[in-house]
Write a protein that binds this ligand. Structure first.
Ligand code: TRP
Length: 327
């Protein structure tokens, strides 16, 4: 029996933070280690062209993200880890999908609407057709299961539609795609804990996996825990959730108890949390630094991943070209 195909993608927008880790990367590592799937994990550098990264940032981020994914536990021997632009079939299939997708469907995407308000001066066409390239990422490999966060469900629905539009017009070819949602609490910003932790909010809002213990302590010391009118403050909730994830059960229950009885000292909670997060990622930081010391070796790993991916992508494209009457 062939193992079901899992595929996911991540943009090279900067260092991984604990929101990315809990929301995606940790889950990818678990899927890899389950040994029940054929996994493809793709660094989507072409997608990152829709936002404002400079060429140097794009280049550096791509390599450091590869190092971080490996340092976090992805094993390029067990899965296919590759960079999207190294497999040009992605953009080729995206063009074909452009021609089966009604433009009105793209204007409905909430991420497009969000990003259009966030980058008002740069509403480029790529921002609109972004989910078409995403559909190509997935369907090139016959991806069936796609581990993503809730915010990507609409894009996966569209991917399913695109497969159907293609199949109706050119013959049944692409399989049905399903999102693989995991029950993970959303990690919130340290400074604005009603918002999801996101790099775009600024450095003080996030804890990066690569942050040194001193810097984690400093960022956490500024984390907002005050209540904005009754109930447990979202900031305090967020810190407790993180303690549950990264600390021991004992430590967590101790602070939870104190929170319930109103004896909690947030300064102490922050110190302990900084300590456990720093420890949790200490191997990660070492491994990351080692990998980044030898970028030639890292590039070799990515080249090899791209070769494995491209073998599959080329087969798909030669079949697709036949179906649409090109060659
Ligand atoms: N759009 C996804 C995000 O913003 C990233 C992505 C690109 C992706 N291609 C993908 C996710 C394919 C899953 C599958 O998070």
């Amino acid at each position: 029996m062939l193992k079901p195909i899992v595929l996911s993608g991540i943009q090279p927008t900067g260092n991984l933070h604990i929101g990315n880790y809990m929301g995606a990367v940790q889950n990818w590592v678990a899927l890899q280690n389950a040994e029940k799937y054929q996994c493809y994990f793709c660094i989507v550098d072409y997608h990152s062209l829709t936002s404002e990264l400079t060429p140097a940032e794009r280049k550096n981020n791509t390599l450091s993200l590869a190092a971080e994914l490996i340092a976090a536990g992805l094993d390029p021997k067990k899965i296919t880890l590759f960079v999207q632009s190294q497999v040009p079939e992605h953009t080729e299939l995206a063009w074909i999908f452009n021609c089966v997708t009604p433009v009105a469907e793209l204007y409905r995407m909430t991420q497009f609407k969000d990003k259009s308000t966030r980058q008002e001066k740069n509403i480029n066409t790529g921002l609109l057709t972004y989910p078409i390239l995403q559909a190509a990422d997935i369907l090139l490999y016959g991806g069936q299961l796609v581990p993503v966060g809730q915010d990507q469900v609409q894009h996966l629905e569209l991917t399913k539609d695109i497969a159907r539009w293609f199949n109706n017009r050119f013959g049944n070819y692409f399989p049905e795609v399903k999102p693989l949602l995991t029950e993970i609490p959303k990690v919130m910003s340290l400074l604005e804990p009603t918002k999801k932790m996101s790099k775009s909010l600024g450095g003080g809002h996030i804890v990066e996996l690569a942050d040194e213990p001193k810097s984690i302590e400093k960022k956490l010391s500024k984390a907002v825990t005050a209540t904005a009118g009754g109930g447990t403050a979202p900031g305090a909730q967020n810190l407790l959730m993180l303690l549950k994830q990264f600390g021991t059960t004992e430590l967590y229950t101790q602070f939870l108890q104190q929170e319930k009885t109103g004896t909690i000292r947030y300064g102490d909670l922050k110190k302990e949390l900084a300590r456990v997060i720093g420890n949790y990622f200490s191997d990660f930081r070492k491994r990351r630094a080692e990998l980044l010391l030898n970028t030639t070796e890292l590039q070799n790993i990515l080249d090899h991943g791209a070769q494995k991916a491209q073998a599959v992508a080329q087969k798909t494209m030669s079949e697709v070209r036949k179906l649409i009457g090109i060659r």
